[in-house]
Design a binder for this molecule. Sequence first.
Ligand SMILES: [Zn+2]
Length: 328
Amino acid sequence: MDDITPTMCWDRFWELLRIFRHHGVCPLIGVVPDNRDPALMCQPPAPNFWEAIRRLQEQKIVEVAQHGYRHILHPAPECSILGRRYGFKEKSEFAGLPLQEQVHLIRQGKKILNANGIFTEYWFAPSHSFDMNTILALEQCGFKAISDGISLSSIRCRSIASVPQQLSRAKWMPCGVFTVCLHPNTITDKELDRLQRFLNGNKHFTRFSCEVALCKADQDASLTDEIYRVSYICCWALKSNLANTIQRTQRMMKETVKWWSSSPDRINEKGKQPFSKETVKSRAVSAIRSRENRLTAGRNTSADYRYHVTGPALRRPAFQDESTLPGK
Ligand SMILES: [Zn+2]
């Protein structure tokens, strides 16, 4: 479960936990140590947040991972595999930052968790975005595993076990290890029903800690993992491209019909010559383009992006005031 904060949607959180307990599933919850992301503030902060999380962890109802530090994302266009056009986010809290800065952020987050009685060796990044410096920083801060990556099985990235996280909704898969990422803040009744139906019919679940324990020290990505990863990214790009094309065509047809049906009549009422077909068409096209530009400018896609890099630290993006940055 993603985005666990004192200000999350508690009803949904408890409802999800009830469903998981009923089916004997112990979820991994990602706690944001010091949330500053307004998108994750659904209700006033619960005063007993840390106590509640601590008890759930002690009773082994959940396993806990540190989820970033403040959940504030900076623009990181260099870090996206395919870019915004394909629905991949170009933002990150960590990717692109120098190693020492990442160590500082992760350590600060860990301190907050520890001060509140939460101890964990698991971690995952907001927006699934991290780089090799993040892996090095996690090693320095004593973490053992991340819940992220696209593969069919858990693999090692240096000493850090990467348990793959590929799905945003529960679905049956023929083979491999799959993690489903659920958001208590936004999950709908329909999705909860779907989850219950899935849990009724599927019984092969494992704890995150068990999967980490099973991941061998030298477990590299196999050829199957690589094929799966490339196929996953290609499918995502194709799906996104197709959806964009359909949307664009629909908008264009709508706008054209609107112009064709309204413009000549409106102009005729004023006693002027109606526009020619070419004028109407070119105006419709320019109206659509300007609308698209506006949409693109304010766009904040909900799709995740995955980041895999083996190179050195990436260039740091220009500084921005945190208060002006949009959240995930
Ligand atoms: Zn998050």
